[in-house]
Design a protein around this ligand. Structure first.
Ligand SMILES: NC(=O)c1ccc[n+]([C@@H]2O[C@H](COP(=O)([O-])OP(=O)(O)OC[C@H]3O[C@@H](n4cnc5c(N)ncnc54)[C@H](OP(=O)(O)O)[C@@H]3O)[C@@H](O)[C@H]2O)c1
Length: 361
């Protein structure tokens, strides 16, 4: 494999070691420790990416706390998505080349200057989007596509209720569902986040701390309910989510911020012909993620290139300030994606706050 790479002359430019951020021991943000590790070498079907930026996701926080171990064979470094430039190819990689600008979904290892990605999980940086902002795409867009449009079967003209509208996942779901011609109602925990959800395309955002989202959904849909609920809250939201669903409605569960158990009214489920389902992305095999990547390329990348959808970037931090970035996520003050950036170039997406200039978001 290294022989393969040597033909390109690229290894000369790849150092032996790299800066990265590792989890010293399960704990708070201070557990994230800058370190040096050997630069990994691509195996069959993998590419080596020089990282421009890595997206931060809530599962990284759980991993740091010791509650979400990486799957077997994955890097122990956190980081589920990156953008950057391919600098080496493993054996059996046909459709990608050294020098390609990509963003990639990872099973781990993104908080580093270099990382490995399975080739099928790499996507081109959409036309018109800067390389750093593209790091905010893979985890949220893979998750939203497979849960909202595949599992949840949302189509134009239907109505989506998305909880956590200000999250990375929520902002992508609002933007994409609107671009696909659906009506969107969102929930969020502050007036500011609700206003931002509405600017992004939600017809109405409900501050769940002050209003009952079930009642608002009833008013907005003339008592019919929504066709799909995308939920990351769980727990006591389960019966309330079901109460929001129209006949033949679907509830897709993607996280359990308020617990794994709730009351399921089977009578309502039968009478209204409801579907309750859910999924997690990280454990799914490379072929499955590759299939989602191809669907994204075909259906969503043109929307990104046309500027009809974009990753909402809350803020970015230099790689070595990963602990600060996690503190921001855990504060809950963010709206959209938080990035860790190796590349200091300015972003071109609308409205990012930027810690590179010393400003705090
Ligand atoms: N299943 C999958 O494949 C998959 C993949 C990726 C992520 N996820 C999950 O999706 C969720 C969003 O991920 P992310 O990276 O976008 O995280 P994030 O930006 O940190 O978003 C979490 C959101 O949850 C809301 N929230 C927190 N506690 C809440 C509560 N008790 N009740 C209602 N809302 C609450 C917060 O918004 P407010 O300020 O409005 O409360 C926040 O916007 C995470 O739970 C993550 O684990 C699932």
């Amino acid at each position: 494999m290294v022989q393969e790479v040597l033909k390109t002359g690229v290894p000369d430019t790849i150092p032996e070691t790299m800066a990265c951020v590792e989890i010293a021991a399960p704990g708070g943000p201070e557990a994230l420790r800058p370190a040096r590790r050997p630069v990994p070498r691509p195996g069959p079907g993998e590419v080596l990416i020089r990282v421009a930026a890595a997206g931060i996701n809530r599962p990284d926080v759980l991993q740091r706390q010791g509650k979400y171990p990486p799957p077997p064979g994955a890097s122990d470094l956190p980081g589920l998505e990156v953008s950057g430039t391919i600098v080496a190819l493993g054996a059996d990689v046909a459709d990608l080349g050294v020098g390609d600008a990509v963003c990639a979904l990872l099973a781990g290892g993104g908080y580093a200057e270099y990382c490995l990605a399975p080739a099928p999980q790499c996507l081109p940086v959409p036309a018109g989007l800067d390389l750093v902002s593209a790091a905010g795409l893979p985890e949220t867009f893979f998750t939203v596509w497979t849960n909202v449009f595949e599992r949840g079967r949302l189509v134009a003209g239907e109505t989506l209720l998305v909880h956590g509208g200000g999250s990375g996942i929520g902002t992508a779901a609002i933007a994409l569902a609107r671009a696909m011609g659906a009506r969107v109602i969102a929930t969020a925990g502050s007036a500011g986040k609700c206003a931002a959800c509405e600017r992004l395309g939600a017809e109405r955002a409900v501050n769940y701390r002050e209003e009952d989202f079930v009642a608002v959904v009833g008013q907005l849909t003339a008592g019919r309910g929504v066709d799909l609920v995308l939920d990351m809250v769980g727990g006591d939201y389960l019966p309330r989510n079901l109460a929001c669903l129209a006949p033949d409605g679907r509830l897709v569960q993607i996280a359990l911020l308020r617990g794994a158990h709730g009351e399921l009214d089977l009578g309502r489920l039968m009478r209204q012909r409801l579907t309750v389902t859910g999924s997690t992305l990280r454990v799914r095999p490379v072929e499955e993620k590759g299939r989602i990547a191809r669907a994204l390329c075909e259906r969503v990348w043109p929307l990104l290139a046309a500027g009809r959808v974009w990753p909402v970037i809350d803020s970015r931090f230099p790689l070595e300030q990963a602990a600060e970035a996690h503190r921001r996520m855990e504060s809950g003050a963010h709206f959209g994606k938080i990035l860790l950036s190796v590349d200091p170039r300015p972003l071109t997406t609308p409205g990012p706050s930027d810690n590179f200039g010393g400003r705090h978001p």
